[in-house]
Design a protein around this ligand. Structure first.
Ligand code: TXA
Ligand code: MG
Length: 317
């Protein structure tokens, strides 16, 4: 299959209308979308990504009435999050109605919903005329794509169209929040942090804060966000010195001043870490680097989301 790369929202939306899948940009990472109402189209997402079928998709909408059209009810918790954070890098989980097929929900009775803040994404969903079921637009298991080039590298020849947009400003996937109960539960940490949510919901919970396994968010049980290289987490210079480093085969990402590595990314702040991480992993893989040393950060605010991805990447199961 030939993959068209286009900046035209209109052209890209025509693929969706024909029951095809399209990769599109958002402020977090690129998504691979299909018409929620077209089961055959949704199945193509799993095929293109080689994604396990029990890992549910996020439904991307461009307004409130599209949310109403796919859920049983919008709970008070969800209502508040929509009010304060939509559009933005946050996903709410609610009880689904019959419109949502088991392919989208992964057999659960809930559905994940997000309204991205990138204008281009909103324009695209609007032009499609339907909500779009979409996971991240990478091959299953590899780091999420933060530029259209990343999508092209993974899915060229496997999907018919990429809507070309800017590089992703945030670079980590959205915060996923279960809104089915009286208090919100963070299932996947993201840039909208537990501290920020706490200002509105004093009783917000984080499901499994260390982020190893997450049965309620099935995607978390698979190897994720991982480069081919081995990822080793280090706290500081002293820790780093304990390793018998082969500099010519290794890379470093973090805040410390280090020398000799084949590739180094020195970061300015946590936003920079989030935005750069997946791109760095991919660049290292291209250079056939064997080991990547990643500096840890305190698991607070955006730091929790970064640590969650680093821990996943450092597991070689
Ligand atoms: O920023 C993002 O969220 C990006 C962009 C494209 O919007 N999307 C994304 O999708 O990261 P994906 O499929 O890679 O991750 C979706 C996560 C998975 O961990 C999945 O298990 C969880 O959301 N999820 C989806 N539906 C769920 C549900 N009904 N209940 C609990 N978790 C759910
Ligand atoms: Mg993903």
């Amino acid at each position: 299959m030939k993959t068209l790369v286009t900046s035209s929202v209109k052209k890209a939306s025509e693929f969706i209308k024909r029951g095809e899948v399209v990769a599109f940009p958002t402020e977090t990472v690129y998504g691979l979308g299909a018409d929620v109402y077209n089961e055959e189209a949704v199945k193509k997402i799993f095929y293109a990504k080689m994604r396990p079928p029990d890992n549910p998709l996020i439904v991307h909408v461009h307004n409130y009435s599209q949310i109403e059209s796919i859920v049983k009810k919008i709970t008070p918790v969800a209502e508040k999050i929509i009010d304060k954070f939509f559009p933005g890098p946050i996903t709410i989980v609610l009880k689904k109605n019959d419109v949502i097929s088991e392919y989208i929900s992964g057999g659960l009775d809930t559905v994940a919903i997000r309204l991205p803040s990138l204008q281009l994404t909103q324009k695209f969903i609007k032009e499609c005329g339907v909500p779009l079921a979409a996971p991240s637009a990478n091959l299953s298991g590899s780091p999420s794509p933060t530029s259209w080039n990343h999508v092209y590298f993974d899915l060229n020849g496997r999907i018919p169209c990429i809507l070309k947009g800017p590089n992703c400003k945030i670079g980590l996937e959205s915060t996923v929040v279960d809104c089915t109960q009286k208090f919100p539960v963070i299932l996947r940490p993201g840039i909208i942090s537990s501290e920020e949510l706490k200002t509105i919901f004093p009783d917000v919970k984080i499901y499994n804060p260390r982020g190893y396994i997450r049965p309620k968010s099935p995607g978390m049980k698979y190897k994720h966000y991982a480069p081919k290289a081995k990822v080793i987490l280090i706290n500081n210079q002293v820790d780093l010195e304990k390793y018998n480093i082969k500099f010519s085969e290794s890379a470093f990402i973090g805040f410390m001043k280090v020398r000799n590595f084949k590739k180094v990314k020195r970061l300015n702040d946590l936003r920079d870490y989030a935005r750069s991480l997946f791109d760095f992993f991919r660049k290292c893989d291209k250079m056939k680097i064997k080991t990547i040393y990643c500096q840890t950060v305190p698991p607070e605010g955006l730091g929790l989301a970064i640590m969650n991805r680093l821990i996943k990447a450092s597991h070689n199961e």
